[in-house]
Design a protein around this ligand. Structure first.
Ligand code: ATP
Length: 343
């Protein structure tokens, strides 16, 4: 097969360009039939004299419908609104999906973590509406709409069924935020009633976090509003080895943008020590998405090769420092490519 699939690459900034470069090398080695269209966002776009989210970046994603994205920093305190939030809103990428799994070869307190976090991506406290009420008093607006609460619940139940997962739990704080979180769980419960075959639970988020760190195996698919999803994603990353091993996808009706859960990690940028695995795993999610949506079997084959290679590398102790290994970004990438080519 000679045809390739056009996809957008947004390297981002901080460790973004390093982990994107590693990921593209690994995808090439695995024979993923992709043609890349590189575009910028965040400080990399500003450096070109463009806005943080240039129209041509968004247009390119609309055209290709699929993008792989590195972390993008939004400059603090200069009136810029978050690139990630703008992009999710521009394309209405309402469902963030983050699989969190124990990996053989990465030792943590638990070896049986297998969770999927589904985060509502478009509203909650990410409405971006903050006001000075009176001098010394500020306010941030939490938004919940029936439409967004219902569609994320429907999406989450659909995902749970299609993936044969065991059940779905909503983390919330509806005992305090009676209207906003109240609406979120009311809509989830309504969708749950339409899907009686899927076990459904509602757990107050503080108790849920305690139970999570005691025994993560009691949860399966988690459904959360925007901010809780952000916080609980990092909490769960900590159960399986950290931010270096948690991938993600932001999915809308038409477009999907795949990106790691971690940010631009400026403290380690340019040092050749970042773990590229989270973006590599995100690219595997992208390949499987293309295989599912468009029946592209070559994507599935490449995804399987990459997955086998990183499992083999980790199990034989070839890992970056964040996972207790000794390898640099480039050494780990080379080890992955050697394993893929040797297979
Ligand atoms: P954001 O708010 O943009 O999501 P953050 O404050 O959560 O960012 P990150 O940039 O995600 O911060 O990372 C937090 C820390 O975790 C980093 O400073 C870095 O030390 C570590 N870290 C994150 N990603 C990686 C990675 N891929 N490899 C190694 N260490 C990482």
């Amino acid at each position: 097969m000679n045809t390739t699939r056009d996809v957008v690459a947004i390297p981002g900034d901080g460790i973004g360009p390093e982990v994107m470069d590693a990921t593209r090398q690994v995808l090439d080695a695995a024979g993923a039939p992709l043609t890349w269209h590189e575009h910028q966002a965040g400080v990399a776009a500003l450096a070109n004299g463009d806005p943080v989210l240039p129209d041509r970046t968004v247009d390119a994603i609309r055209e290709c419908r699929v993008a792989l994205k590195g972390p993008c920093t939004t400059p603090v305190g200069k009136g810029f609104s978050s690139v990630n939030v703008q992009l999710r809103k521009a394309l209405d990428l309402y469902a963030a999906v983050r699989p969190v799994r124990s990996l053989a070869g990465v030792k943590t307190r638990f070896d049986n973590v297998d969770l999927v976090i589904i985060r509502e991506n478009t509203e909650g406290l990410y409405s971006g509406v903050e006001n000075v009420v009176t001098p010394g008093t500020v306010m941030s607006m939490k938004v919940a709409t029936e439409r967004a609460c219902e569609r994320i619940s429907a999406w989450a139940f659909d995902y749970t069924r299609k993936r044969n997962r065991k059940g779905l739990t909503v983390f919330h704080k509806a005992n305090i935020m009676k209207l906003t979180d109240g609406l979120f769980i009311r809509k989830s419960a309504e969708v749950a009633a339409e899907n009686p075959d899927i076990p459904y639970n509602e757990v107050i988020i503080d108790a849920g976090c305690m139970r999570m760190v005691q025994d993560p195996s009691q949860f399966d698919v988690l459904l959360l509003e925007n901010l809780y999803g952000d916080v609980v994603s990092d909490l769960c990353a900590g159960l399986v080895g950290g931010l270096g091993v948690v991938p993600g996808a932001n999915i809308g009706e038409r477009e999907a943008v795949f990106e790691a859960v971690h940010g631009s990690a400026p403290d380690i940028a340019g040092k050749d020590i970042a773990n590229p695995l989270a973006l590599i795993m995100s690219s595997v999610m992208m390949l499987n998405y293309l295989a599912d949506q468009e029946g592209l079997d070559a994507m599935r084959t490449a995804a399987d090769r990459i997955k086998q290679a990183y499992n083999a590398c980790l199990e034989s102790g070839k890992k970056t420092r964040d996972l207790g290994g000794m390898l640099s970004t480039t050494e780990f990438t080379a080890a992955l490519i050697d394993t893929i080519t040797a297979a």
